[in-house]
Design a protein around this ligand. Structure first.
Ligand code: FES
Length: 162
């Protein structure tokens, strides 16, 4: 991201475009690689991909919004995936969400002002026996209570401030 104009540094995409034909990359692969670079898919990057791949902006944006693997908003250093599937819902996921939202002062889909945390609710994380469950980046936290959830978030913040 350019600090002066707020635009993405599109030169970071050059390598992807240079090797696109050679690797036989399709649009989804190009989007995946771009997301690896920027952490999400900014609008100016989507337009650049459209121009360089010859796809229409509507198609590129359509693909990026269709697949849940793609993020269109910047995410924090810690991405909280809170499960709201049936088992987690029955075991108190709403209370966990409330605790997270109150502690971080964000709602689902948002990122904290300091860029540390993002919250995204999901359907099932595949470990229902541990419900209610959340993942923070690669780490899974199960059998959550609101108090324990807040403690986990504060512990991460303490670590970051240390
Ligand atoms: S319903 Fe939450 S992990 Fe399956």
């Amino acid at each position: 991201m350019c600090e002066n104009c707020g635009n993405s540094d599109l030169s970071l995409l050059n390598d992807i475009f240079a090797k696109m034909a050679e690797n036989g990359d399709n649009l989804i692969t190009v989007l995946q690689k771009a997301q690896e670079i920027y952490g999400y898919l900014p609008t100016d990057v989507l337009y650049e991909i459209a121009e360089k791949t010859g796809a229409s902006p509507a198609k590129v944006i359509g693909v990026a919004t269709f697949y849940t693997q793609f993020r269109l908003k910047k995410v924090g250093k810690y991405l909280i995936l809170l499960c709201k599937g049936t088992a987690c819902h029955v075991n108190g996921a709403d209370g966990i969400e409330k605790a997270i939202c109150e502690e971080l002062k964000i709602k689902d889909g948002d990122t904290t002002e300091d860029g540390l945390f993002s919250l995204k609710t999901v359907a099932c994380l595949g470990c229902c026996s541990l419900s209610p469950v959340m993942m923070i980046n690669e780490e899974t936290y199960g059998s959550l209570t609101p108090a324990r959830t807040v403690e986990i978030l504060r512990e991460i913040r303490r670590r970051e401030e240390a």
